[in-house]
Write a protein that binds this ligand. Structure first.
Ligand SMILES: [Zn+2]
Length: 122
């Protein structure tokens, strides 16, 4: 027996569920965004790999894998050229060895991120 008065109920329930999902949705998206963003920051613009020893350029604020940027600067300077910042969209065109500082905070962030990722996969 179907009670016609009960008919609208499933729709109401659906509406409620949808509203709940919408309320949950943006939060989930935000979390993903943060993860994606921080992962992007972990990527060296030269090697396109996650950095192990990130160094920060004091002048423009970009970070690179130490080995990669040092190699790039050396090879440019050997050809008597200036090393441009390899970060896309960065206009800094004279990256120097003395402008690079170890980015301890970022290195730790990458490490803890990797540890967390490890735990998740276990
Ligand atoms: Zn830069």
């Amino acid at each position: 027996m179907v009670d016609p008065e009960a008919q609208p109920l499933p729709f109401l329930l659906l509406d409620g569920l949808q509203a709940d999902r919408e309320a949950d949705g943006p939060e989930g998206v935000d979390e993903d965004m943060i993860v994606t963003q921080s992962q992007t920051n972990f990527i060296c613009p030269i090697t396109q790999l996650e950095m192990k020893k990130p160094v920060k350029n004091k002048v423009c604020g970009h970070t690179y894998e130490e080995e990669a940027i040092v190699r790039m600067i050396e090879s440019k300077h050997r050809r008597k050229k200036k090393a441009c910042c390899p970060k896309i969209g960065c206009g800094h065109a004279d990256v120097r060895m003395c402008d690079l500082v170890q980015d301890e905070a970022l290195r730790r962030a990458i490490e803890s991120h990797n540890k967390k990722r490890h735990r998740h996969s276990e």
